[in-house]
Write a protein that binds this ligand. Structure first.
Ligand code: TRP
Length: 444
């Protein structure tokens, strides 16, 4: 454990696993392939890669830098960057914390379905078909139970702290995720139909690049790198000063992007394997069917056509999805927890129990008013909350913070900073280009 009483990541590897764990989640394995499949395959992939470079990566460095400078929860860190605007900093810190909590409230419901799909495969192997049916069929009590189970897992990890909880679990789970991923991709390639999906994924249809696609790709990159909600800021605050921020951020962005690309290699071929096995995936007019339910309907249908082996593959697949979701949800819960520990002087366990309790209650309200609230909460948090908060961080770093202080902060882990290309481009970039891009996402 670090000498610092607030806890710290003990190694660079641990931090990268934790930050990449936050970034790699449903956004990569579900959102990215779904968007790619419905937006011109490789065309979306190219635009997405461009967005990661021109928007998400610079913003990742900005958010990390605020956090590492503050060495504190987001409210304090923002106050340190903007000493003249303490009230504004508090309001923004609380807003970010609220958005992170609300994202967790819907994320936990979807993650609960993954727990259900995983349990369903297990129960099927055990021959308990009725239970498997219940746990995989949409319903209020089933959604509630699974969400509560997932929230309990999230709370359990966060309760153990930065080093023994977040870092330890991320360092354990992420390598398992990479291995399962590799195994599944190799397996799916042995199946009939996979190549057709690969073609759709890798051969671009550039006529599909429209302003709407640019905006979707931008939003996707923002969500995927966990930007805007102070998640990355909080993780940055647990980083030691000798870490090279631009380089570490680059590694995190690369892992996240590699997993998204890998998920495409898995899901798109899987869709066509499903098609080959008689599962309908396109409508008569050639539109992707049920794009939102791809993971929960098309894939299970495909697993079913594969017999017993399919059930095992399904078990592995949903285990992988649960791991990805868990390493993301802990990063969301850590935001309000860090604030409560430091601002309200609470013990970590106390903070985790009541905050996880409140988020579970909000999540339960969504479960019981699913039609009215689920889409709404997603929209408010990811379409409005994230880009607007991201815009604020860019303005903080670009305009409110003295350039010299930013330089000193980053330089601590990167002494040759001024000599490199990064420092010639990034400060100006965060000041002007990122805000404009983010306003574009917002108004589109
Ligand atoms: N990036 C994660 C994903 O791709 C989700 C996530 C974790 C997130 N923390 C976040 C999204 C904070 C927005 C804000 O699934």
């Amino acid at each position: 454990m670090a000498s610092n009483s607030r806890g710290q990541f003990s190694s660079k590897f641990g931090f990268i696993m934790a930050a990449a764990g936050s970034a790699v989640g449903l956004g990569n394995i579900w959102g990215f392939p779904t968007q790619t499949a419905s937006n011109g395959g490789a065309a979306f992939l190219f635009v997405y890669l461009a967005m990661v470079c021109v928007l998400a990566y610079p913003m990742l460095v900005a958010e990390l830098t605020i956090g590492r400078y503050g060495q504190s929860n987001p409210i304090q860190s923002l106050k340190k960057v903007w000493p003249k605007g303490k009230v504004g900093a508090v309001i923004l810190g609380i807003t970010a914390m609220t958005v992170a909590s609300l994202i967790l409230s819907f994320y936990a419901i979807v993650a609960g379905w993954l727990v259900g799909a995983f349990a369903g495969s297990g129960l099927e192997i055990l021959g308990m078909d009725a239970a498997a049916e219940w746990v995989t069929s949409f319903g209020d009590s089933r959604n509630l139970l699974l969400m509560v189970i997932f929230m309990a897992m999230t709370a359990h990890v966060v309760k153990n702290g930065v080093h023994d909880g977040i870092e330890a679990w991320s360092s354990r789970l992420m390598p398992i995720l990479f291995i399962l991923f590799g195994v599944l991709i190799l397996y799916i390639f042995t199946q009939e139909g996979a190549m057709e999906g690969l073609e759709m994924y890798l051969i671009p249809d550039f006529s599909m690049i429209t302003p709407k696609l640019l905006v979707s790709a931008m939003g996707q990159s923002f969500f995927s790198l966990s930007l805007g909600c102070a998640t990355i800021m909080v993780y940055g605050s647990y980083l030691s000063k000798n870490v090279n921020l631009p380089k570490t951020a680059m590694q995190v962005a690369m892992v996240d992007t590699a997993v998204a690309i890998g998920a495409g290699l898995l899901i798109l071929p899987a869709m066509f394997v499903a098609k080959h096995n008689g599962v309908e995936i396109f409508s008569a007019t050639g539109e992707l069917l049920s794009s939102d339910t791809l993971v929960f309907t098309v894939l299970p249908a495909m697993f079913h056509t594969m017999g017993t082996m399919g059930t095992v593959v399904s078990l592995v697949f949903f285990l992988l999805m649960m791991i990805a979701a868990l390493t993301s949800s802990i990063s969301m819960l850590e935001v309000p927890v860090a604030c409560a520990i430091e601002e309200l002087n609470q013990k970590r366990t106390t903070a985790v129990i009541w905050i996880a309790g409140v988020i579970t209650a909000i999540s339960a309200i969504i479960v019981f008013n699913f039609g009215a609230l689920f889409g709404l909460v997603i929209k408010v948090t990811t379409v409005y909350g994230q880009p607007l908060l991201g815009l604020c961080w860019a303005l903080f770093v670009g305009w409110l913070w003295s350039r010299d202080k930013v330089l000193q902060e980053i330089k601590q882990g990167y002494p040759e900073l001024e000599k490199g290309l990064f420092w010639k481009i990034w400060p100006w970039y965060v000041r002007v280009v990122c805000p404009i891009l983010m306003l574009m996402v917002f108004f589109a």
